[in-house]
Ligand binder design. Structure first.
Ligand code: NAP
Length: 337
């Protein structure tokens, strides 16, 4: 693996404060935003915020039952807050443990909508107590956090390109990431083993590698999509343990409490509502219109992990991601014949 230093980000923006952002009059003019995993946590908070600013949000849910609940919650919020210009909200089904579901979602979306302004790859899982394989044959954390979001993104690129043309503005792809991606230090981390049968399954490690992998893919996509005027970035919203997200659904209560006091001590806790503004900053702040290939922590651009500086690793990761997806699809096709 080479050691080429990667040029990260083309237009590093000036930071603004949360208060400055909140005081801006932002009108999303019914542009279309897909937010994956809108039923709880950051996804739900971002959906509420975007719809309250006249955005048209297509939120993904795993079941239509959850869709109905989320729909009621979002409209209740709009009624209560009475924004000047409420936008639109609809839900569509998407199960990221299944590539078929991703393809069905993309086809259904394309049949219904002619373009897309932004895709927020928010849905994610971590800390699964045990090694678990999806129906496509991949370790679940990897498929939900990396393979399926990449497949979804690739399927939606044509619509994002139409968004550029129709809105006469750059389209956006945002990956919700995590500080935990700094944890892996080993460059030769043999992805395929982690995707398939890791020798020794460790929940933390698996989550950290999946988030690092998604940053590497984000950086390479930013390079490849720059000429199409599609801006690709990642955001670490900073942990919000037990503050209205279900992320730690698999953790024991004791472990949660310990982590909570640790995070408090290091001021690593954010509410989902604040995190929604951090995402809005990247998606809709005009100062960040041309920002691509950046990793944000809260409102600021930060350097991602040292491993993300390795251009070869970024290219390799994207190639391997594509290879895994297309091999799985091909195998399925052959089985069905
Ligand atoms: N919370 C934190 O401390 C923290 C810190 C840094 C980064 N993050 C990242 O923030 C993102 C959002 O997490 P969150 O804290 O808001 O957690 P959350 O409340 O658990 O929300 C996750 C969302 O993803 C959906 N989802 C989970 N598995 C899915 C699957 N297989 N297919 C489709 N959708 C699926 C969930 O749907 P269901 O309701 O149906 O399960 C839910 O809507 C994740 O990418 C996470 O890695 C979280």
């Amino acid at each position: 693996m080479g050691n080429t230093l990667r040029r990260i980000g083309k237009n590093p923006p000036q930071s603004i404060s949360l208060r400055q952002l909140m005081s801006k009059e932002i009108d999303l003019e019914r542009r279309k935003y897909i937010v994956t995993g809108c039923s709880s946590g950051y996804g739900l908070a971002l959906t509420k915020l975007l719809t309250s600013l006249n955005g048209h949000v297509i939120g993904t849910v795993r079941t239509m039952e959850k869709g109905k609940l989320t729909f009621d919650t979002v409209y209740e919020h709009l009624e209560k807050t009475q924004p000047k210009k409420p936008g639109l909200f609809e839900t569509m089904e998407l199960e990221l443990t299944s590539l078929d579901s991703v393809r069905n979602f993309s086809q259904e979306y394309t049949a219904k909508h002619s373009n897309l302004h932004a895709l927020v790859n928010n849905a994610g899982i971590g800390l699964l107590p045990e090694f678990k394989k999806t129906q496509d044959g991949f370790e679940e954390t990897y498929q939900v956090n990396l393979l399926s979001p990449y497949y979804l993104t690739a399927q939606l690129v044509p619509l994002l390109k139409r968004g550029v043309r129709d809105y006469n503005q750059a389209s956006k792809i945002l990956f919700i990431s995590s500080k935990i991606h700094h944890y892996p230090r080993d460059e030769n981390f043999l992805l395929e083993k982690l995707w398939n049968e890791p020798k020794e399954y460790q929940p933390n490690k698996q989550y950290a590698y999946s988030k690092l992998a998604s940053i590497l893919v984000m950086l390479e996509m930013a390079e490849r999509l720059e000429s199409s005027n599609i801006m690709v970035n990642a955001l670490d919203p900073v942990g919000s343990l037990s503050l209205n997200t279900n992320f730690h659904r698999y953790s024991e209560e004791d472990a949660k409490q310990n982590l909570m006091s640790f995070l408090r001590r290091f001021k690593q806790i954010t509410s989902p509502d604040k995190a929604a503004y951090y995402a809005l900053n990247i998606l809709a702040n005009p100062d960040y219109e041309d920002t691509t290939g950046e990793y944000f922590t809260r409102m600021n651009v930060r350097l991602p992990s040292r491993l993300a500086n390795n251009e070869d690793l970024c290219i390799d990761m994207l190639d391997q991601t594509e290879y895994c997806i297309y091999t799985a699809l091909k195998n399925k096709q052959q089985q069905n014949h």
